[in-house]
Design a protein around this ligand. Structure first.
Ligand code: PYC
Length: 317
C-alpha cells in the first residue's frame, strides 16, 4: 500500500493540502527542474492528492521539499486539479501554518523557495502569516474581450505569481448566492481569452480570471471573485490575485507604496496587502492572512483501487 502523509489547512476559507512525507524523489536541483520531473514522471502524485475521492476541485496541493537556498526553511511546489502553479499566496500561508504545526518554524521570518522565486514569510502567529510575494507587474491595460453569453468586457492583464485577467466591473453581482453564475461567466472569459489569442508574457495562457466590485464587509476596499485554472473558485481573496491587483493600482497611481489595501473575497474574508518598489521597477507585494490547520493524516493508495490516482472527468485544460 502506497501512502502520502499530509497536513490540511484553510486560508480565509481556501484549502491547502501539504504533502509532508512520502512524496517522490525529485533530486536536489533547482525548483523549476524538480517541478518538471514531478509533472513528467510523477503527475499521479498530484492527482492522488487533489482529485476526488480523496480531495476536491477546491484544494491546492503543496509538496514540501528541501530548499536549494540555505536561507529558506523549505522548498515547495504548488499544484491543483488542473496542473501546477508557479506561486500560491493562500497556499504559502497554509504552508507557513503547517511548518509551524510541524515545529519547523517559529514566529518570525523565513524564506520559502518556489519555482518562480523565493518568497519571504513573516509568521505573525501560528495562524497568521505575511507573504512577501515575487515581484508583480501589469502587462497590459484596458484590454477588450468579446465573451460569448456575457458580452464585451474590459480588463487588465497582470502577473502576481500567476497570470490574471482583472475585470474592474464584475459582469454579475459579487454575491455568494451567485457563485455558479460567476463561475460560468469567468470560465467563458478564460475560453474567450484563449480563443482570441490574448495572453500573458511570452504567450503564457491567462489561467486566472478576477472580477471586482464594491466591498461588502467593514474595512475592505474591494470585493473579488477569482476563478482558478481548473474551474474551481477561490474561497479566499487570492494572494497572487491580490498581488496582481496591487500592480494595477500602483500603475494607475491609486495606491502608494506602504499604503494598506484590504481585499475581500467572495466569502467576505479579507487579505491585507501593501507593496514596495523592487529594483526593476516592479512592485513587491506583501499579503497577510489567517490560516488554520484542519487535519493531518495519510492518504492510502491500494494498488487494487481503480481510483487510487483520482477521478478526472472535466479535462479543464
Ligand atoms: O492565493 O494565490 C492564491 C491562489 C491561487 C490559486 C488559488 N489561490
Amino acid at each position: 500500500m502506497d501512502t502520502l502523509q499530509f497536513i490540511d489547512s484553510h486560508t480565509a476559507g481556501e484549502p491547502t493540502r501539504v504533502i509532508v512525507a512520502g512524496g517522490p524523489d525529485l533530486g536536489d536541483g533547482p525548483l523549476p527542474t524538480r517541478l518538471g520531473t514531478l509533472r513528467d514522471q510523477f503527475d499521479h502524485i498530484r492527482r492522488w492528492t487533489i482529485l476526488e475521492p480523496r480531495g476536491s476541485d477546491a484544494l491546492v496541493g503543496a509538496l514540501l521539499l528541501a530548499p536549494t537556498a540555505p536561507s529558506c526553511a523549505a522548498g515547495v511546489i504548488f499544484f491543483n486539479n488542473a496542473g501546477y502553479l508557479g506561486m500560491c499566496g493562500h497556499g504559502a500561508m497554509g504552508v507557513a501554518a503547517t511548518l509551524a504545526r510541524l515545529g519547523r518554524v517559529e514566529v518570525g521570518s523565513f524564506g520559502l523557495e518556489t519555482p518562480v522565486g523565493v518568497v519571504q514569510i513573516e509568521l505573525l502567529s501560528p495562524n497568521r502569516a505575511a507573504i512577501e510575494n515575487v515581484p508583480a507587474y501589469r502587462l497590459r491595460q484596458q484590454v477588450s474581450v468579446d465573451v460569448p453569453g456575457v458580452g464585451q468586457l474590459v480588463g487588465d492583464i497582470a502577473w502576481g505569481g500567476n497570470w490574471f485577467f482583472l475585470v474592474q466591473s464584475s459582469p454579475l453581482p459579487l454575491q455568494a448566492a451567485r457563485i455558479p453564475d460567476l463561475s460560468d461567466a469567468a470560465w467563458r472569459v478564460r475560453l474567450a481569452l484563449r480563443e482570441q489569442g490574448i495572453n500573458g508574457a511570452e504567450g503564457a495562457e491567462i489561467d486566472h480570471i478576477e472580477f471586482f466590485g464594491p466591498p461588502q464587509t467593514a474595512g475592505a476596499d474591494s470585493r473579488n471573485f477569482v476563478m482558478c485554472p481548473g474551474g474551481a473558485y477561490d474561497r479566499s481573496p487570492c494572494g497572487t490575485g491580490t498581488s496582481a491587483k496591487l500592480a494595477c493600482l500602483a500603475a494607475d497611481g491609486k495606491l502608494a507604496p506602504g499604503e494598506t489595501w484590504r481585499q475581500e473575497g467572495i466569502l467576505g474574508t479579507q487579505f491585507e496587502a501593501s507593496y514596495r518598489y523592487g529594483d526593476d521597477g516592479r512592485i513587491v507585494p506583501t499579503i497577510s492572512g489567517d490560516a488554520y490547520v484542519t487535519a493531518e493524516g495519510r492518504l492510502l493508495g491500494d494498488p487494487a483501487d481503480p481510483f487510487r490516482h483520482g477521478i478526472f472527468l472535466r479535462g479543464a485544460t
